[in-house]
Design a protein around this ligand. Structure first.
Ligand SMILES: Cc1cc2nc3c(=O)[nH]c(=O)nc-3n(C[C@H](O)[C@H](O)[C@H](O)COP(=O)(O)O)c2cc1C
Length: 341
């Protein structure tokens, strides 16, 4: 199986099938505390935020998705155009295919159309056990003119793939070595099952610049792999994992508590600007969105811009109605406790 074919399968399945986790993100049971007398004008509400040396117009990272196929290249192009005009950060999909099949590199190459954005390349941390070197990572960052590297941790996804890379032993020192030697920030994310507090603490000690919890509640990769399964047995193995993982809220609360000094990205099932403000109130610096932006990205840059605009409008109204003019002052005081607490 070519890497580019696998990436095309992922796009086709996530666009056409229901691959939602059977778990809720947890955000629906959290409310923001309404403020009937906000001492601000809506026009003064500004969701600008600083992240690893970049100023973002709104606290959004477009989560790593694709590249490697013509459709993936078109999607990256649309995402990059929108990230540039809307001032948000962009994670490219796994660059493993670009290292294995160099003629696919152009499907990741968006710097010319997005000269100012915070741009991150991505690869599976497990590849460090399968021949990926620090030089490979540095080359990927250099050739795509990226601002950082996002490593993903996806043990369950690899375990459910017919051709998965399942030796996750001894990765932490390799991640630490990469953090120490790469000239750009190294971040680590899950892909939809969350990081526990213990994992977040270990990664913080390894020297990561930020963590993205990528919790359960949105895209489920066991469901994607179930749809890809080429045998009844493979299908049946994936099935009970549809409700696996730490939810986005569980993972976010654990990571923030144990790594209060580290920028934490909340992702996994984020859909609206209201979701985003809840995550920021819980201690996230940014939110990430993948699945919710994919249909727009498959359509056009303008569709992605419209989706980001509606996210930002929701966030600004939520900030106004909780009485906060900017995100530096946001904390748990804008969360509503249930009256029986
Ligand atoms: C089509 C698609 C492809 C993805 N490919 C990658 C990838 O290459 N690397 C990665 O770290 N995560 C990848 N992800 C996972 C997302 O970055 C994200 O962590 C996950 O989908 C949960 O977010 P969501 O619920 O907003 O979709 C992909 C997600 C989608 C929908």
């Amino acid at each position: 199986m070519h890497h580019s074919q696998r990436k095309q399968d992922h796009l086709d399945i996530t666009l056409q099938q229901d691959v939602a986790s059977a778990l809720p993100t947890g955000l629906d049971s959290i409310r923001l505390r309404h403020c009937a007398l906000p001492d601000i004008a809506l026009g003064d509400v500004d969701p600008v935020i600083d992240f690893l040396g970049h100023r973002l117009a709104t606290p959004l990272l477009i989560s790593s998705m694709t590249g490697g196929s013509p459709a993936g290249g078109r999607i990256n192009h649309n995402l990059a155009m929108a990230a540039q005009t809307r001032g948000v950060a962009l994670g490219l999909g796994s660059g493993r295919v670009a290292l294995a099949e160099p003629d696919t590199l152009k499907t990741f190459d968006v710097r010319a159309i997005a000269p100012d954005i915070a741009l991150y390349v991505n690869i599976g941390a497990v590849q460090l056990n399968y021949g990926l070197t620090q030089d490979d990572c540095r080359r990927l960052v250099d050739v795509l003119q990226a601002d950082g590297l996002i490593l993903h941790l996806n043990p369950l996804q690899e375990a459910l793939q017919a051709d998965g890379n399942t030796n996750f032993a001894g990765l932490l020192p390799k991640i630490a070595a990469l953090c120490a030697t790469l000239p750009v920030p190294v971040m680590v994310k899950e892909v939809g099952w969350g990081l526990s507090g213990a994992t977040a603490a270990a990664l913080a000690t390894a020297g990561v610049a930020a963590l993205d919890v990528a919790g359960a509640g949105g895209t489920s990769w066991s469901e994607v792999e179930r749809h890809r399964a080429d045998s009844a047995a493979a299908h049946d193995i994936a099935l009970p994992f549809r409700d696996w993982g730490l939810t986005t809220v569980e993972s976010l609360i654990e990571a923030v508590a144990i790594c209060p000094q580290l920028p934490i990205i909340a992702s996994g099932g984020i859909r609206t600007g209201v979701d985003a403000l809840k995550c920021l109130a819980l201690g996230a610096r940014l939110v990430g969105m993948a699945g919710a932006l994919l249909p727009a990205a498959n359509q056009s840059a303008a569709a992605v811009e419209a989706a980001i605009d509606s996210f930002t409008a929701q966030l600004r109204v939520a900030m106004f109605a909780t009485g906060v003019a900017n995100l530096t002052s946001v904390d748990a005081s804008i969360l509503q406790r249930a009256s029986h607490d």
